[in-house]
Design a binder for this molecule. Structure first.
Ligand SMILES: C[S@@+](CC[C@H](N)C(=O)[O-])C[C@H]1O[C@@H](n2cnc3c(N)ncnc32)[C@H](O)[C@@H]1O
Length: 327
């Protein structure tokens, strides 16, 4: 049997592929985005093992309705979802994280193979091992990769009718143009007989959204600040996370949560030998979380040569599970 880096026995039905990029690429990327007129860091830097654990804890918060609303759709409408999807050979989950959501699909759908792709490689490998152990007949592939950079692992994906499973409203972290091109990428992975099962958060009252991203226990603030630890570890930068404050606001015009880190003191930060000066009150944008209407989804699907063929809502109409199929 193979052993994973943390020395656990790797189940025989799990293949782990690591496509991690050289750190120098990420250093340049961070320098470029911090050097913008409006400094930002990509939300992918939220996720090391600690960030993934914090995210899982956020999904349990009373204010964070998204995960519960999505789970309710599966609980109450699973039979219809499975019938509508039809036979599936391969489930592919970009941003699989804890791989917890796919579990509900595996027994009724009985795919031959499951592929999870995530930037947090260690966390993914652990989660995929658990899936492989619980479904010993399933071919499980875990791919540590940055899906915003390259899909050069596509040839390694198993053949058959494919379902790309992209829950959790992670698509909303992209800006609208990038959403369309990412969906185009997912559509080409799904193929002409496959589909994309997409979970997206819907536009709603600002106070509900504000509470979801400003929880009373401060977990979202810790998650936001942890990004600076991740950037330090991946690029050798010297951010001092304690000197940055969490801020998240809903922008109703752009229909998105805008999350920032605000410098609480004047500070100099060095990334790969380049110095960045932040005055007290300066902001680094860390996340957009776009909220959707059904019209948005239809247009987005069309931009990726897909059609919104079915959708399911939770009982309060907070969240939408959408099936996109080739137009
Ligand atoms: C919002 S979480 C969603 C996790 C899970 N799919 C869910 O629905 O609960 C986003 C996931 O995408 C992963 N992720 C974010 N950016 C990524 C990137 N550029 N490449 C690969 N994975 C990424 C994160 O590590 C995390 O597991």
């Amino acid at each position: 049997m193979n052993k994973s880096p943390d020395n656990h026995i790797r189940p025989p039905n799990l293949v782990f592929i690591d496509t991690s990029r050289p750190a120098v690429d990420e250093t340049r990327e961070v320098q470029a985005s911090l050097g913008d007129q409006r400094p930002s860091l990509s939300p992918k830097f939220f996720y090391d093992s600690r960030g993934s654990e914090l995210f899982e804890a956020i999904t349990e918060l009373p204010e964070y309705y998204l995960t519960r609303a999505e789970a309710q759709i599966f609980e109450q409408q699973l039979e219809d979802i499975i019938t509508t999807l039809g036979p599936v050979d391969v489930v592919i989950e970009p941003g699989g994280g804890s791989c917890s959501k796919v579990r509900v699909l595996l027994n009724p759908m009985q795919p031959r193979a499951f592929v999870a792709i995530d930037i947090a490689g260690d966390f993914l490998q652990q989660a995929a091992s658990e899936v492989a152990r619980d479904w010993p007949e399933l071919e499980v592939t875990a791919i540590a990769a940055d899906f915003t950079r390259s899909w050069d692992f596509t040839d390694a994906l198993p053949a058959g009718r494919r379902l790309v499973f992209y829950p959790g409203s992670t698509l909303g972290n992209f800006d609208p143009e990038a959403q369309a091109s990412f969906l185009g990428q997912l559509a080409s992975v799904a193929g002409s007989d496959g589909g994309i099962l997409l979970g997206v958060d819907l536009h709603k009252d600002s106070s509900v959204l504000h509470a979801a991203y400003n929880d009373a226990s401060g977990l979202t603030a810790a998650f936001n600040r942890n990004m600076l630890n991740v950037v330090n570890a991946r690029t050798g930068a010297d951010f001092r996370p304690d000197e940055w404050q969490h801020e998240a606001r809903y922008n109703p015009t752009r229909r998105r949560i805008e999350m920032d880190l605000i410098a609480s003191t004047r500070q100099a930060v060095t990334v790969g030998g380049r110095e960045f000066i932040f005055e007290s009150g300066d902001a680094i944008r860390t996340e957009h979380s776009c909220k959707f209407t059904l019209d948005d989804l239809q247009q987005l699907a069309a931009s990726a040569q897909m059609a919104l063929s079915h959708h399911w809502l939770d009982s309060r109409g907070l969240f939408c599970l959408a099936l996109l199929e080739p137009a």
